[in-house]
Write a protein that binds this ligand. Structure first.
Ligand code: PBG
Ligand code: ZN
Length: 320
């Protein structure tokens, strides 16, 4: 008589011994929006709990985050200085540069990743130089490289280009190496879908495109093979890590990349994914703590090594 199948009973004493996936503070990166000025903390109406900070208050916020166990974050500059050349993106006077220096001074061990893209510094809101109604890939590359270099000089640990221009990873790598920033890594937004989930971010970063959309340079949500192709190419070009963005509707892509590539995979739990949970939680329709922890563990289970999430600071509190 064969044994009947018996499922392991996950009693409280055994449960944690057989857990296949876990996460710690080293799995999480919190995004931070940085603005000019002093003593500024601006609420973002579509992202409850997330604020834009001037550098002085950002340091206070990061101090709280570090106390909760936080180990690193991604910096996004939000600028009122915008033009058609993108020159504010690489200004050494930008709030991002000041933020990098201040964070490194107060928290030398804190991992600083900086978003490198032009859309927050362009009057038209597109991620590259616009000529007529088109984005000029090749005119955008040197500007991205300058921006990356300015961040590296300020002390950034990793550069995260989010623009989706072709050959930007090699352009940035070359620019960094030329100035002896070999230790500064590149986290490429390799797989970036054209997504409605970015809605609240564009509000947060004042970066909605003024005309057209980003469909010509972001990926079609219907495509999966293309994701692998893009990610492979970025790794060949010198990316140290590759990102999938958004992550929740694209966990299959995370799993594919995990299987096919040997670099760390980063999942970006984007603004719209955050806001949907926040809205439902504020209405009392879901249990926020439970749903956030379930969501984050699903991203790790799919194969992500690192998760960028607006929930990171809450998750760390709940983990303790
Ligand atoms: C800009 C950028 C975007 C996000 C990160 N960097 C917006 C976009 O591409 O439209 C989205 C992040 C989020 O939604 O949380 N290149
Ligand atoms: Zn952009």
């Amino acid at each position: 008589m064969p044994h009947r199948y018996r499922r392991l009973r996950l009693t409280p004493t055994i449960r944690n011994f057989v857990r296949e996936t876990n996460f710690t503070a080293y799995d999480l990166l919190q995004p931070f929006f940085v603005i000019d000025g002093k003593n500024k903390k601006e609420a973002i109406s579509s992202m409850p709990g997330i604020f834009r900070y001037s550098v002085d208050l950002l340091i206070k916020e990061i101090e709280t985050y570090v106390r909760a166990g936080g180990r690193g974050g991604v910096l996004f500059g939000v600028s009122h200085h915008k033009d058609n050349t993108g020159k504010y993106a690489y200004a050494t006077s930008s709030p991002v540069v000041a933020a990098i220096k201040a964070i490194k001074k107060h928290f030398p061990q804190f991992l600083i990743v900086t978003d490198v893209c032009l859309c927050a510094y362009m009057s038209h809101g597109h991620c590259g130089i616009v000529e007529g109604q088109k984005i000029s890939n090749d005119k955008t590359l040197p500007i991205l490289a300058k921006m990356a270099l300015v961040h590296a000089q300020a002390g950034a640990d990793m550069i995260a280009p989010s623009d989706m221009m072709d050959f930007r990873v090699s352009a940035i790598r070359q620019a960094l190496n030329k100035e002896h920033f070999e230790d500064v890594g590149i986290l490429s937004y390799a797989v970036k879908y054209s997504s409605a989930y970015y809605g609240p971010f564009r509000d947060a970063a004042h970066s909605a495109p003024g005309f057209g959309d980003r469909k010509t340079y972001q990926m079609d949500p219907a495509n999966s093979r293309e994701a692998l192709k893009e990610a492979r190419r970025d790794v060949e070009d010198g990316a140290d890590m590759v990102m999938v963005k958004p992550v929740l509707a694209y966990l299959d892509i995370v799993s594919n990349l995990r299987r096919e590539l040997n670099v760390p995979i980063v999942g970006y739990n984007v603004s719209g994914e955050y806001s949907m949970i926040k809205a439902a939680a504020q209405n009392g329709w879901v249990d926020e703590k439970a749903i956030v922890l379930e969501t984050l563990i699903s991203i790790k289970r799919a194969g992500a090594d690192i998760i960028i999430s607006y929930h990171a600071k809450d998750a760390l509190k709940w983990l303790q």
